[in-house]
Design a protein around this ligand. Sequence first.
Ligand SMILES: *Cc1c(COP(=O)(O)O)cnc(C)c1O
Length: 396
Amino acid sequence: MSSQALDQFLNSSIEELKTKGLYNVIDTLQGANGPVIRIDGRSLINLSSNNYLGLATDHRLIEASIKAAQTYGAGAGAVRTINGTMDLHVELEEKLARFKKTEAIIVYQSGFNCNMAAISAVMDQHDAILSDELNHASIIDGCRLSRAKVIRFKHSDMNDLRQQAKEAKESGQYRKIMVITDGVFSMDGDIAKLPEIVNIAEEFDLITYVDDAHGSGVLGAGAGTVKHFELSDRIDFQIGTLSKAIGVVGGYVAGKKQLIEWLKLRSRPFLFSTSLPPAVIASCSASVDILMNDQELIEKLWENGNHLKNGLSLLGYDVGQSETPITPCIIGDEVTTQQFSKRLYEEGVYAKAILFPTVPKGTGRIRNMPTAAHTREMLDQVISVYENVGKEMKLI
Ligand SMILES: *Cc1c(COP(=O)(O)O)cnc(C)c1O
């Protein structure tokens, strides 16, 4: 018999989500997450993946993963610090360090894990963390785990950041102070103001931490937002994911040799959770090779992003302030946004509605994620569906 308290909690919590319209129904893909996906037996143009470069289905990655599984087995067998470190893991870390142009790299099981690992390995209850209010959930959780005092600053507001940094520093209450930000904000596609953040950090001796999950493989010739601003020497922590543009799964922290050494000694997901399987490491490695040798996919991604953005904008849609291929289409009212997304689906376009509380009330939007794998014809089809549905719903 299950606990009554648990049953009551689950019933009322799930009911509450349903009444608030926050109950999420999960769509199941019948096949790969490519530019066209299959759901319920129907083919849909896919604008909701983070598979920026289309590498998730690239044959070079698939072949590398098969070969590694045949040679090294299906699982890594242990955590990194016991004997779950294979030459494959070390080679990937060295390759990523060359790609990011940092001294060293540590690979984790996911980008989420990086934030669980890295923040609390360095920050504790005697410290403070200045965190952009729109930072990713894993940063918020990572900060909590560290037990440092978290001070939120207004999104990309450099006056607010400077003021809060000054107060924290002058209070004399904290041993260390960190500033932490997404490199690219995933809901709006805007880029963090890293040159100003770095200046403020240097003025108040702040540790700098950039989570570049949406910048890696997209900005700075693929090396990310920090490279885009040429700030590699002035940022302490760069977090990247292997799950978005790289197309597989995993995450990494890039930084100075001694920092990475410390994370290998003390960060808990590295010490207490089994390392990534050989097939994953080998396909990530093949993916990084592609990025280091060929800019074609990145160029295609930007070309497609600009084409979609211009197309929607010309139809009269509000595409927000995105500076990256992420293309929000802001509809406003929550119910209308959901209905719009549903109509797109019926017309063969899979693009998810993003609603409050993920974004502010009244700024409901469709978040479009064009990739390098989309053809021009697919995007033109999308634009034409947006035109028809928008006119039908009197939005344009
Ligand atoms: C997606 C994302 C993550 C999580 O990365 P995973 O590799 O999917 O775990 C972490 N931080 C940011 C900013 C993200 O956008």
